[in-house]
Design a protein around this ligand. Sequence first.
Ligand code: P6P
Length: 281
Amino acid sequence: MNTILEAIQKSAIRIKHAIDVKDIGYSQEQNSSGETQLQLDIQSDLIIEEELSKIASVHTIASEEKEHPMTLNEEGRYFIAFDPLDGSSLVDVNLSVGSIFGIYDGGFSGKRMVAACYVVYGPRVELVFAQDGKASLYLLQNGEFEYVKEIRLNAKGKIMAPGGTQQHWAPYHKAMIDSFFARGYRLRYSGGMVPDLHQILLKGGGLFSYPGAADKPEGKLRMLFEVFPFAFVFETAGGKAVDGKGRVLEKIHAHVHDTSPCFFGSSEEVEEVMSVYAREQ
Ligand code: P6P
């Protein structure tokens, strides 16, 4: 697993360089979610593919930027799903973006997830790696990722990051979000999943939500590349991750690019989501 973490760290340094110097124009291509790809999306995807291809224990990789998974080593053990540059459209307004990795043992499913990692490209480059019950924070300094601390969530937080298009929210979802704000929660939402969730993790807790809604009944965020990895990180840090009905990591995806409604946060906020949704669904 250390070789995988090292490959992710090498990829992050190369992607940070690409962000700093590369053309941020759009390509003529679209990804499998129908999003027009930035040159940076394609560049970041190729960097990660190249670094992971050097590792014999990696069986298959799946990228948000590629239609189909790619088998690298039939004798390998780990299946790695990644979003190379999540929120990449925020680069041209100079907001933070990130890379997300889910590491699965023997196949792509929530129950087989054994580690998860994300990188935040912001004023500083930080990385969180979750494995064996510990979510570890690293900071890039002088070309090396240095261990900083273990991340633990409080039982209750102060931050609310409500995703999705409000006009399409279910009435009970809107009433729930309004209720949190009426209790003094602070709105912290940039439109970048990685920095928005990183803030909740580092500021002790709260709730990030991207629900199913009239325009997107199954939500927007992808199970393998985004939802499962962050669910693993939040649970490892003492929080919870649900889809409104149950743990997201128990869900079964049918297609590699399937999405899921998702709620990540401190235990008390997520338990409130579950009780509200149980009454309505
Ligand atoms: P909305 C970025 O495009 C992304 O995939 C996530 O990083 C982010 O959480 C979400 O979409 C934002 O979506 O609909 O709120 O703009």
